[in-house]
Write a protein that binds this ligand. Structure first.
Ligand SMILES: Cc1cc2nc3c(=O)[nH]c(=O)nc-3n(C[C@@H](O)[C@@H](O)[C@H](O)COP(=O)(O)OP(=O)(O)OC[C@H]3O[C@@H](n4cnc5c(N)ncnc54)[C@H](O)[C@@H]3O)c2cc1C
Length: 284
């Protein structure tokens, strides 16, 4: 009997069972298809998630938003309509890549693409304090997204990310990204923020996440702390961001030297705060 190079399981359990040897999961395939550019093997058994209906489900009530891992970047736009505080995720999905990629690239692939330093959805999910749901032969688990990203290289090889959850809370969020050529390319740096402010516009709490600057997206905690008690004034907040660049050790890459990634961060932060200030004024 020969081994099929391509599996199309109809359930998560069947997909887990098919993940043996060096088989690799594939969702939209926009990352997997570029394996040869990363000097990775293109000759692996593929286990497609595309037939597993439960992975495309989106549910929300007044407390929780849950999004299945197979929802595409385009699909996120529709799923998040009317959820004002999820602006960062909706914007990140709408700005990423190009229309053709956005129609097939998935939420799960964005989180699980190992070694991908510049995902757009991940900083938005960190800013929104998302958790990830994973399943493997061992069982199901829910993890903080930042913990999952750091642990990912050592997670079980038969693990599938089934979805994300965000606890809904009042506030506003936004995403901004810096590109070199304004084309459908990976961002040089990106920033997502979630802000809770009082009626007078004073910041009560902030969660800010940065992608593409270091190998793994993460929170910008010293800036978060510095923003508490400040009024939402984008230029002032951008200047405060300038004082907190020391948090990062930027990576050099073929697309950009590390120091450029760092240099554009305050400007991206300013964009995000200006967007949030506008949303607050408009009452959205
Ligand atoms: C031209 C181009 C431009 C791009 N621009 C951007 C951009 O601007 N911003 C951006 O964020 N991204 C960009 N991307 C990257 C894009 O590949 C990811 O954003 C996309 O979300 C990956 O999703 P996918 O479903 O295609 O992943 P796949 O290629 O199917 O999988 C990616 C990885 O994740 C694993 N995986 C997938 N789903 C799961 C799951 N549910 N559980 C466990 N592991 C899983 C796979 O095994 C694989 O290792 C671009 C890609 C291209 C080709």
């Amino acid at each position: 009997m020969t081994t099929s190079p391509f599996h199309l399981p109809q359930s998560v359990d069947a997909a887990i069972a098919a993940l043996t040897g060096d088989a690799v999961l594939v969702a939209g395939a926009t990352w997997v298809m570029r394996a040869n550019l990363r000097d990775e093997s293109n000759d692996r058994v593929l286990v497609s998630l595309s037939r597993i209906a439960e992975l495309s489900e989106v549910q929300h009530d007044e407390n929780v938003l849950r999004i299945g891992s197979l929802v595409t970047h385009d699909g996120l736009g529709a799923a998040l309509t009317g959820l004002a505080e999820m602006g960062a995720l909706a914007q990140a999905a709408a700005m990423s890549a190009n229309p053709a990629i956005r129609r097939v690239a998935t939420l799960g692939g964005n989180i699980c693409a190992q070694g991908f330093a510049a995902p757009d959805l991940v900083p938005a999910l960190i800013a929104l304090n998302a958790t990830v749901e994973v399943r493997s032969k061992v069982g199901a688990e829910t993890l903080d997204i930042e913990d999952y990203l750091l642990a990912r290289p050592t997670r079980p090889s038969d693990e599938i990310l089934t979805g994300i959850q965000v606890t809904r809370q009042s506030g506003w969020s936004a995403h901004a990204r810096g590109l070199l050529r304004q084309a459908g390319e990976y961002p040089v740096a990106n920033v997502s923020a979630f802000i809770d402010a009082d009626d007078g516009g004073t910041i009560n709490s902030a969660r800010i996440a940065v992608g593409a600057v270091e190998p793994v997206p993460r929170r910008w905690q010293s800036l978060e702390n510095a923003l508490v008690g400040q009024p939402i004034d984008a230029v002032c907040l951008g200047n405060i961001a300038l004082d907190h660049l020391g948090d990062f050790t930027p990576r050099d890459g073929v697309d950009s030297p590390g120091k450029y990634r760092l240099r554009i961060l305050p400007r991206l932060a300013e964009h995000v705060f200006a967007d949030i200030a506008k949303q607050m004024q408009e009452g959205t």
